[in-house]
Each structure stands twice: as structure tokens, then as C-alpha cells.
Write a protein that binds this ligand. Structure first.
Ligand SMILES: [Zn+2]
Ligand SMILES: [Zn+2]
Length: 465
């Protein structure tokens, strides 16, 4: 650990800081009994207090003891670092929590690169500390003075946000947490390392697949250029990160993007969210495997043409809840696992993503359309896991589904998909979703599942962006 001892003044002080580092509570209390002023003493060179030392080394009893004796949690070292920053830097979650509980200020900037505790947690990849700090940011006065969103995107003196640092250092879990908390995915740095770099450039530079994956799934723009005019693809190639480059190649299939509108649907129920996230990850993994496979020269498969099947929007029935309620009536591949509220329509997680979440977050305007139910066009107020009948992502065997399709006029919708090979896998779904998305993307003004029969009393909003 970097925060040990440096030149203490005399024997007692040396023992005192040594005991703080080792978490020797008895020795500390003995020394404090003899000289209470020791509690506020700092090391000569770094000006670290015993609270700093204990926090950096994860000695919770010592941290608690000092806090209970009235030592301020925000005492500063020479480089203006707080004990909380050191705990975040070294992943000492227990100490971080104790300091936060004691009211440690999360919006302090050190004098090294003007970084906050959030930067230090992200840079070093301590997701638990990052999570604790974000949780504190939702409840402390920081939210009033700065606003939570601004705090998540706080910049150091080089213009790097915590997201830039996590992407650069290859910390996918931190990248995920930050994006989920509202970090701006395409923010360019100021002068940090490589000027004008977005987090995607920095992840590409290090060849960090996990981070690239997360960033793409949150709508990072593959054609965004840094101040040297390079897109992330070029950066990855120059560095020899072939697999990363393949994913970043703007001509490779578009990744599926976590729908920014969904972030704003109240509190997305945890189970529903998990289902959607799993569907997203699976679709993107499928896509990734294809890209990487073709990278290895196995050009056996060509992506299914999105428009090869008839795209007529067939007639649908209003009564979704009756009959084959387990089978998603959009893709006919997956079980209905997500229910839209308040209308009660159901579909699978993949289709929910593809249909309710078709628009990438716009990095410049951040304008968001409220997501609408693809069946009735009513505003989605909430997504929940479909009723107890839902069996998760159970797949329906081809023949079985064929029979069902024959039995129901509703299921005859887009039956041609049925004949695709490899019905056992997600492949079908992801290409179906690709097809749907591309339809929507073309702005045909008519979504595949729209039909007059599906309309309730709401007007259809045509011409999606
Ligand atoms: Zn579906
Ligand atoms: Zn609906």
C-alpha cells in the first residue's frame, strides 16, 4: 500500500503511526492516553494523519475510534487528500462506509490532479466503494448544491470524468455502474492523456473488451472522433487490439443499445431490469461472436438479410392475455417475460428492448422520447416481470410453435421467421430484433406490430425518429 509511513518526528509518533497502520487499537489507546494531541498529529512529509493511514490500510476499528474521538473525517493531507479518498483508492469499503456515515464530504478535490473520491474509486476499479459513494451522493447535501448527475460526471483538472478513468484502466464493473448512474457515455476529455477522447477511445487504447462492450451497449458512438481525428476503431487497430477493433469497426453490425428512455421509467423493477440486461448482453454477445468468428476468417455465415422475410404487418388480436400467453407475439421465439404497465401487454425481454428502446441516446441533445407500448402505443409507466406464468427465457420448440402458430391467427404474424435454421438459440431472436430495429430505423412510420386491430383508443404516433 502506498500510504505507509514517512519520517515521523520521534519515537512515540513513529509508534503511533505504526500502530495505526497495523490496526493495533490497544497500542494506540495507550499512546493517546499519554498524549491526546497525537490524534491530530500528521506525518512530516505527506501530512497524513493516523486516520488517513488507518483508512488506507483498512483498519476499521482504528478509523471508528478516531471518528468517535471527534477527529474530523475530512482532515486533509499535504496533497489535499481525505481519508475517504485513500479508502476509495485502496478499496477499503468498510472504512469508506464508516467515513461516509460520519459525514465525510464526497465533493473534495485533491491537489494532485483535482480528483474526487469517485475518481479514485473508478480509477482503481473498486466498484463497491464506487457504489457506496454514489449512494451517499443521492442523500447528502451534494445533491442539493451540485445535483447528482453533475457529480457523476465530475471532471478532474484534465477534464477526465470517473467514467474516462474507469474505461482507461479497464474497469468494466465501474463503467457499468457509472453509466447506470447517468455518466455521459460520449463526453470528450479536455486534456487528459489524449485530448478529446471519449471513454470509448480510452477503452480501445487499452484493448479493454469488457469496457468496450459496456460502452457500446450504452450507446457510445463508434464514429466519434478525438481531437486527433481518430475514431476508436483506429485507436484499437494502431494498438494491435484486433478483437476490440472488430467490435469498434463502424461497418460491423450495430450493437444493441441499452435504452436510455427506460432509465427514466420510475424505478425499473429489479427483476425486470435483470431480465432486460440479460437479454441485452446475450444479444450483444451473439453479435460479438459473429464478428469475432468472421475475424478469424471463418466466413461461413453471412448475416441474415433483415428484409428477406416478408415484412407485412399482419393482423393482430386484441386479446393478448388469452390463449398462448407465454409465447411472445412479436418474435415467436421467446416466452413473454416482461409486462408493460399500465396496459398489461406482454412480450419477451429482447423485444422489449428492441421495440421500446430503439433510439440511441443522443449525445448532443440528450432528448428522450418517452417509451411507448408497441401494441397499444400507450405510455409505458412501468415494466415488470410478467405474471407468475412466465417461465423466464424458456424456448419453445419449433414444431410446437408451428402448431400454435397454425392454431392462432395472431401467431401467423410473420411466420416466415419460423423457417430459419437454428431455432434453438438466441440467434433467431437477435436477428429478428435486428430486423425490427432496422425497420424502425428506416422510419417507415409503421412498426412491424402496428396494425389497426392493435389500436385501442390512443392515436398512433407515426414516424419514429
Ligand atoms: Zn419477443
Ligand atoms: Zn400496451
Amino acid at each position: 500500500m502506498g500510504h505507509g509511513l514517512s519520517c515521523a518526528r520521534d519515537g512515540d509518533e513513529h509508534d503511533f503511526f505504526r500502530a495505526a497502520q497495523a490496526g493495533d487499537l490497544d497500542a494506540l489507546e495507550g499512546l493517546l492516553a499519554a498524549d491526546p494531541a497525537l490524534a491530530r498529529r500528521a506525518t512530516i512529509y505527506d501530512r497524513l494523519t493516523a486516520l488517513h493511514v488507518a483508512a488506507a490500510n483498512g483498519c476499521l476499528p482504528v478509523v471508528s475510534m478516531f471518528l468517535s474521538r471527534g477527529v474530523r473525517p475530512d482532515v486533509l493531507s499535504r496533497s489535499k487528500q481525505t481519508p475517504l479518498m485513500l479508502a476509495a483508492m485502496h478499496g477499503q469499503i468498510d472504512c469508506a462506509l464508516a467515513l461516509l456515515a460520519a459525514g465525510a464530504n464526497i465533493l473534495m478535490f485533491d491537489s494532485v490532479q483535482a480528483r474526487t473520491c469517485l475518481h479514485h474509486a473508478a480509477y482503481n476499479g473498486h466498484a463497491d466503494c464506487l457504489r457506496a459513494i454514489l449512494a451517499a451522493a443521492r442523500t447528502t447535501p451534494v445533491t442539493d448544491s451540485w445535483g447528482f448527475a453533475r457529480f457523476v460526471n465530475v471532471r478532474d483538472e484534465h477534464g477526465a470524468t470517473p467514467l474516462h478513468l474507469a474505461a482507461r484502466q479497464g474497469r468494466p464493473e465501474c463503467v457499468h455502474l457509472l453509466l447506470e448512474s447517468g455518466a455521459i457515455v460520449s463526453a470528450p476529455t479536455g486534456s487528459y492523456g489524449f485530448p478529446g477522447s471519449a471513454p470509448l477511445h480510452l477503452a480501445a487504447r487499452g484493448g479493454h473488451m469488457g469496457c468496450v462492450r459496456e460502452l457500446l451497449a450504452w450507446g457510445a458512438d463508434r464514429v466519434q472522433r478525438d481531437s486527433a481525428g481518430r475514431i476508436a476503431y483506429a485507436v484499437a487497430r494502431k494498438r494491435g487490439h484486433g478483437a476490440c477493433a472488430a467490435l469498434l469497426n463502424p461497418s460491423a453490425a450495430e450493437p444493441m443499445v441499452w435504452p436510455s428512455p427506460l432509465k427514466f421509467i420510475g424505478e425499473l423493477e429489479a427483476d425486470a431490469r435483470a431480465l432486460l440486461e440479460a437479454a441485452l448482453a446475450e444479444a450483444n454477445l451473439e453479435r460479438e461472436n459473429k464478428i469475432l468468428l468472421s475475424l478469424k476468417g471463418s466466413s461461413k455465415h453471412s448475416p441474415p438479410s433483415p428484409s428477406s422475410s416478408s415484412s407485412d404487418a399482419g393482423a393482430g388480436d386484441e386479446d393478448d392475455e388469452e390463449g398462448e400467453d407465454e409465447l411472445c407475439s412479436i418474435c415467436f421465439e421467446q416466452a413473454c417475460s416482461i409486462e408493460v404497465q399500465d396496459c398489461g401487454h406482454q412480450m419477451c425481454a429482447g423485444c422489449t428492448l428492441a421495440l421500446c428502446c430503439h433510439s440511441k441516446p443522443n449525445p448532443t441533445t440528450l432528448t428522450l422520447l418517452p417509451p411507448a407500448c408497441p401494441f397499444c402505443r400507450s405510455c409505458i409507466s412501468r415494466l415488470v416481470v410478467a405474471g407468475s406464468k412466465a417461465k423466464g427465457p424458456a424456448l419453445v420448440a419449433g414444431d410446437d410453435a408451428e402448431e400454435k402458430a397454425a392454431a392462432s391467427p395472431r401467431l401467423s404474424l410473420r411466420r416466415s421467421r419460423r423457417s430459419r435454421e437454428g431455432s434453438s438459440s438466441f440467434k433467431g431472436l437477435s436477428s429478428a430484433m435486428g430486423s425490427l430495429s432496422s425497420k424502425i430505423g428506416r422510419g417507415s412510420g409503421r412498426m412491424a406490430v402496428d396494425s389497426d386491430a392493435l389500436l385501442l383508443d390512443k392515436p398512433v404516433l407515426h414516424d419514429l425518429p
